[in-house]
Ligand binder design. Structure first.
Ligand code: SME
Length: 157
């Protein structure tokens, strides 16, 4: 495994195309979930410098804060609550261009303006979610959903 991530500038697709094989390399030969979630969060954060990149993991009826990069965050989210809890309940990716317009959005940081949340699935069940927050409105789109889905699908669950 290479110790340094190679960061590229350019459009979003070019950035993801550069990042994806490096994340594949980071995950190869490592089966520990916490280690892999931690490195995936760090790699996405290093490339894009988003406000917050991290995971919440399903524990019983709640999501519990997992490995992340960024400011401190709320530790527990109930099913159906906020963007993360809704993505979990509906087993679907949510792209939120303006968090203030999302009913029930949980504001961990007042700096967060837009957000994307993807569920991580195993055998049809949500195991956890990847949550990314941006200080800009409308940061995330279908390109992010596509590549972030490819990234989380690399994580052995
Ligand atoms: N905004 C999220 C909560 C998690 S923080 O953004 C890190 C939500 O509404 O679920």
């Amino acid at each position: 495994m290479s110790e340094d991530l190679t960061i590229v500038q350019g459009d979003k697709t070019a950035q993801y195309e550069n990042l994806l094989p490096q994340i594949k390399g980071l995950l190869e030969g490592e089966s520990d979930l916490i280690a892999n979630l931690a490195n995936v969060a760090a790699a996405i954060h290093q490339q894009f410098q988003h406000l917050w990149v991290g995971f919440y993991w399903v524990k019983g009826e709640e999501l519990v804060l997992g490995p992340f990069q960024g400011p401190i965050a709320c530790t527990r989210i109930k099913k159906g609550k906020g963007v993360c809890g809704t993505a979990w309940e509906k087993s679907t990716t949510l792209i939120v261009p303006d968090v203030e317009k999302f009913p029930g959005h949980i504001a961990c940081s007042s700096l967060s303006k837009s957000e994307i949340v993807l569920p991580l699935m195993k055998s049809g069940t949500v195991q956890g979610v990847l949550d990314i927050d941006s200080t800009e409105y409308a940061t995330f789109d279908e390109i992010d959903a596509h590549y972030l889905s490819a990234i989380v699908n690399l994580i052995p669950l």
